[in-house]
Design a protein around this ligand. Structure first.
Ligand SMILES: [Zn+2]
Length: 115
């Protein structure tokens, strides 16, 4: 590695860097901790057992669903029931490749308020 300019275009890495632009580290640490606790609640377990991706509405195995923040934590979003949805792997990947503005405009098929 002699410090040459990178030849590849790493979209995921780029968006992660955008995300760090104005993230408050204390907020991010606190909300990640809260997300861990929220994953253990009966409410979240019920969501996952439904097996529905909030973004595309597809039925997927419970083990393939991950907790996704509608407003990302790095953009000031919080780990509360009103801001987290179950997401399939495809949607999670798709969202990571979007710009922060595109991500904020994504509308879940199954909104967090549904229960
Ligand atoms: Zn999906």
């Amino acid at each position: 590695m002699e410090g040459a300019a990178p030849t590849g275009y790493n979209a995921v890495r780029m968006t992660e860097e955008w995300f760090e632009l104005d993230a408050d580290p204390a907020h991010v640490a606190r909300e990640r901790e809260k997300a861990r606790a929220l994953r253990k609640t009966a409410w979240w377990q019920r969501r996952v057992q439904r097996g529905l991706c909030a973004w595309c509405g597809r039925k997927v195995p419970a083990r393939e669903l991950t907790m996704d923040h509608v407003v990302p934590v790095a953009r000031g979003g919080r780990s509360v029931k009103g801001n987290v949805v179950a997401s399939c792997k495809d949607c999670n990947t798709r969202k990571k490749l979007m710009t922060p503005a595109d991500q904020l405009m994504m509308k879940p098929v199954h909104p967090p308020s549904e229960d």
